[in-house]
Design a protein around this ligand. Sequence first.
Ligand code: DGI
Ligand code: FE
Ligand code: FE
Length: 186
Amino acid sequence: MERNKALAIVKEQLTEHRYSHTIGVMETAIKLSGIFGADKKKAEEAAIFHDYAKFRPKEEMMEIIKEQNMKKDLLLYSGELWHAPVGAYLVQKEAGITDPDVLEAIRCHTSGKPGMSLLDKIIFVADYIEPGRHFPGVEEARELAKKDINKAAIFALKNTIAFLLKKNQAVYPDTINTYNDLILNS
Ligand code: DGI
Ligand code: FE
Ligand code: FE
């Protein structure tokens, strides 16, 4: 889809803050695609739509997860995880996005998944390091991302897991499985 059309669709779904985050993810994902040789148009589309479902009511997301036979275990963990798979479903249904690579990158953008494609990793990392993100360690993550997308993804996963542990929150198995997969196989 043409960039401005996609942005206009997504703007209606998001707050001002989340929309600027989306622009940051888009610009970062395109840069990373240039460095690592991924398809820039796919990266642009996946980045623009990655948080499409972020502000859907929890009940609506729950219903979609059940009806569309998504992984039921999602419902046992934080609702923060739901906007990724639900977003992949809704952008297909409501915005007419059909590219399976784009939809998959959106689907796994919060937890990652073992065996991520280059595009999946780019969206995952861009979401973490876009210029609007400010937290201890983000500069190190940005440096890693210029050279090694796997190291940057591991860094993000490690920090997210540590953050969840500190807050006594459950860690979704895919997050741990993604970390293990990248440590063992990259
Ligand atoms: O949507 P964004 O804020 O841009 O970023 P995101 O899609 O990575 O979502 C981040 C949120 O998801 C943050 O509140 C932490 C939460 N989260 C990420 N991984 C896990 C998780 N929550 C649980 N319980 N388990 C996880 O593995
Ligand atoms: Fe997200
Ligand atoms: Fe995001």
